[in-house]
Design a protein around this ligand. Structure first.
Ligand code: 5GP
Ligand code: ZN
Length: 302
């Protein structure tokens, strides 16, 4: 049995994750959820004073916005779309027959107007653009969403449906880059306060194909993405539990995010992978939170 399967099995055995029969798709126990909600409380304690506007989108987004975002250009391998039965009664009879015969009934499903949200901030940009020009100080938003990425794996820190908390800053280049730096510093402090060893490193998104290699290299060369890494499954290959992304004015230009004078806004987002952080805590301190070190318990539970 390899290390990865054994961590997943330990989590199943402890009842923290609940098997569904699909790799990367799990139920979570009350204990697991409590850790996530306490950690979210810690995030809010660090970021709450800045008056971010809280918005919660569902885990599906407007497919037209998903298309405009260019996700299919960069990450077609990860995307998920929602399809439904849209036929008549005869189609329904054929559908049931096909299921009965063990055929592929999904072939006749048709695309709906909904795509699965790939990152918590994707539905935000068109929403803010629709409101019109931003004030000179820009905007700050607090988001959380289940996200979907089609990457089945038996590694429990790679899940197909997982939650991402994000703060997003829209504003001038200066404001946005300062926001990102502030959260890189806070991210390290926050993780240390719950007893996790961290390092921050430059990173890239998993752009698809040969052209994607170039995009990934550009992203790294320009320091556009950093990740906060914590050992979960392996000390040698720590897991990205937070990311700090500077989009320059790319999203501003794409969505028409601009100040009243017409100048395009810059954007940055900082994201927490909530399941990954919970897993990092369970691996570091043990599978029973009641037995975690007193200082960690105090930070999370007060
Ligand atoms: P990014 O948009 O940078 O890829 O993802 C933001 C954060 O979501 C990451 O830093 C990570 O913590 C979390 N994340 C990304 N992919 C996965 C995944 O496959 N499973 C889980 N549980 N979290 C992920
Ligand atoms: Zn984001």
């Amino acid at each position: 049995m390899d290390m990865q399967t054994s961590l997943l099995d330990r989590l199943f055995d402890a009842g923290l994750l609940i098997e569904t029969g699909v790799d990367g798709l799990y139920g979570r126990s009350g204990v697991f959820e409590d850790v996530i909600s306490r950690f979210e409380g810690l995030i809010s304690a660090y970021g709450g004073a800045e008056g971010a506007e809280m918005i919660r989108f569902p885990p599906g987004m407007n497919r037209a916005h998903f298309e405009t975002s260019g996700y299919m250009k960069s990450f077609p391998q990860l995307a998920g779309t929602v399809h439904s039965f849209c036929g008549c009664e005869l189609d329904h009879m054929n559908l049931l027959k096909c299921i009965d015969e063990g055929g592929d009934w999904t072939k006749t499903q048709e695309a709906t107007d909904i795509a699965l949200t790939p990152a918590a901030c994707y539905p935000l940009y068109p929403t803010i653009a629709k409101r019109g020009p931003l004030p000179p100080e820009g905007g700050l938003y607090d988001l959380q969403s289940y996200c979907f990425r089609h990457e089945p794996s038996t590694d429990p820190d790679r899940q197909q449906m997982f939650r991402m908390r994000e703060y997003v800053r829209i504003g001038t280049q200066e404001a946005v880059t300062e926001f990102r730096q502030t959260w890189m510093d806070r991210g390290v402090k926050m993780m240390e306060s719950v007893g996790l060893d961290v390092e921050i490193d430059v990173a890239n998104d998993p752009f698809f194909g040969r052209a994607g290699k170039m995009l990934a290299n550009n992203q790294r060369d320009q320091n556009l993405k950093f990740e906060l890494l914590i050992p979960v499954n392996s000390a040698a290959k720590p897991t990205a539990c937070m990311s700090f992304n500077y989009h320059q004015d790319a999203f501003g230009a794409k969505w028409g995010l601009a100040f009243a004078g017409g100048e395009t806004c810059h954007t940055a987002c900082v994201g927490w992978g909530l399941e990954r952080i919970a897993l990092a805590l369970f691996v570091r301190h043990g599978l029973d939170p009641k037995a975690w070190p007193a200082n960690v318990r105090k930070t999370l539970w007060g």
